[in-house]
Design a protein around this ligand. Structure first.
Ligand SMILES: NC(=O)c1ccc[n+]([C@@H]2O[C@H](COP(=O)([O-])OP(=O)(O)OC[C@H]3O[C@@H](n4cnc5c(N)ncnc54)[C@H](OP(=O)(O)O)[C@@H]3O)[C@@H](O)[C@H]2O)c1
Length: 164
């Protein structure tokens, strides 16, 4: 299973100057609770922006073409096939969470089974964005409001199958 997880503003903005748009403690808690025990994959820019890494209790994966990238316990992927193997074809019960940023969401959204999106009820200046969530491709199946520095709704979508 391949799941994209992100926090977006009203314009689908996700970041500015290689940082998140806003600090949301409850969204970070939701991210931790959702991803613990699974694989978490980051693009190299997002990886560089993490204040603490690797994230504990998860297999951390960094997507980069830099063959010199090395960090103990962290895996480097440089092809979509690596992601598909662990997310879809591996016989073990692996779930891969795709954790951004823009380049990685764009690259892997066509292969995702599920989206978990925190939709903030606010607008920020942004330079990176989440791809459009097309209604004919994605079915909303769960939505839960959370009061934080900014109110947000955690929306879960699964990929529609033909005829749905
Ligand atoms: N709001 C959210 O939920 C959220 C979540 C995550 C990130 N963000 C934000 O998103 C922004 C960063 O996004 P971004 O688009 O600049 O960077 P990114 O997606 O994090 O990383 C891009 C890098 O990933 C590597 N990469 C991309 N495509 C690849 C491929 N096909 N194969 C191998 N490696 C590949 C390249 O690294 P190399 O050049 O090293 O090869 C590329 O420079 C930041 O502001 C961050 O805070 C927001």
């Amino acid at each position: 299973m391949i799941t994209l997880i992100a926090c977006v503003d009203k314009n689908m903005g996700i970041g500015k100057d290689n940082k998140l748009l806003v600090h949301l403690p409850k969204d970070l808690e939701h991210f931790k609770n959702t991803t613990e025990g699974h694989m978490v994959l980051f693009g190299k820019n997002t990886w560089d922006s993490l204040p603490v890494k690797p994230l504990p209790n998860r297999q951390n994966i960094v997507m980069t073409r830099n063959i010199g990238f090395r960090m103990p316990t962290v895996w480097r992927f440089d092809t979509i096939d690596d992601v598909l193997w662990y997310g879809k074809y591996s016989k073990t019960e692996n779930q891969v969470f795709i954790c951004g940023g823009e380049a990685i969401y764009k690259l892997l959204m066509p292969y995702a089974d599920e989206l978990i999106i925190s939709h903030m009820d606010a607008e920020f200046e942004a330079d990176t964005f989440f791809p459009r969530i097309e209604e004919d491709e994605w079915m909303l199946y769960s939505c839960e409001g959370v009061a934080d520095n900014v109110y947000f709704e955690i929306a879960k979508y699964y990929r529609r199958h033909k005829g749905e």
